[in-house]
Design a protein around this ligand. Structure first.
Ligand code: ADP
Ligand code: 5GP
Length: 183
């Protein structure tokens, strides 16, 4: 893990955002990549903080100029990608870097940066995942259905990752991440 870049992936609703923000609270030195996306901002989301919200054209330009470390169409709809320069700069400064990205993105990072460490965040069981995703209340029922279809594919890929962490108790999950990342 000498590179200091950790990829965290896992199905929608498993708790990636919650876990990463708790980890950041406990270990403020952690640097979390801000992704670029063509998805519109949700209420309360701030450009440059939660995502860099880009037009289709601006995203095309980033892809064409090699500005992204990886990118993917997520949930069959919008494009999301990791701006390469800030990630490489933070890693070069010795900061522990986290990329919270989907399975396709995690596979690209594995190809390009084989020394990155990858963690799959898994739900305790299927019903818990369904409950968390529906309970969050940010998606319509059609969107929940779509994410659950993707989740089945993602769960099947868990063994590709360097480590699998089951997000049952939040505190225990974060403690395990701290240990795995050597923080
Ligand atoms: P993701 O970023 O993976 O899509 P979120 O972080 O939005 O997932 O979490 C989905 C829902 O599950 C949220 O309502 C969150 O509060 C809840 N959640 C996350 N982690 C846990 C946990 N360990 N125990 C119980 N609920 C959790
Ligand atoms: P949301 O639209 O709910 O914020 O995010 C949807 C999904 O996009 C998340 O599950 C997350 O893993 C994925 N994602 C966010 N940023 C990136 C990125 O930069 N690259 C890739 N490949 N996936 C991302």
């Amino acid at each position: 893990m000498s590179l200091g870049i950790t990829v965290i992936s896992g199905p929608a609703g498993v708790g990636k955002g919650t876990v990463v923000s708790e980890l950041r609270r406990l270990r403020p030195q952690v640097w979390v990549s801000v992704s670029a996306t063509t998805r519109p901002a949700r209420p309360g989301e701030i450009d440059g903080v939660h995502y860099h919200f880009l037009s289709e054209e601006a995203f095309d330009t980033l892809v064409a100029t090699g500005g992204l470390l990886e990118w993917a169409v997520v949930h069959g709809k919008h494009r999301y990608g990791t701006p390469a320069a800030p990630v490489l700069a933070a890693a070069a400064q010795g900061k522990p870097v986290i990329l919270e990205i989907d399975l396709a993105g995690a596979r690209q990072v594995r190809e390009r940066l084989p020394d990155a460490f990858s963690i799959f965040l898994a739900p305790p069981d299927w019903d818990t995942l369904v409950g968390r995703l529906s309970g969050r209340g940010t998606e319509t029922s059609a969107q929940v259905e779509r994410r659950l279809r993707t989740a089945k594919v993602e769960l099947d890929a868990a063994s590709e990752f360097d480590a699998i962490v089951v997000n049952d108790d939040l505190g225990a999950t974060v403690t395990e991440l701290v240990r795995l990342m050597g923080l």
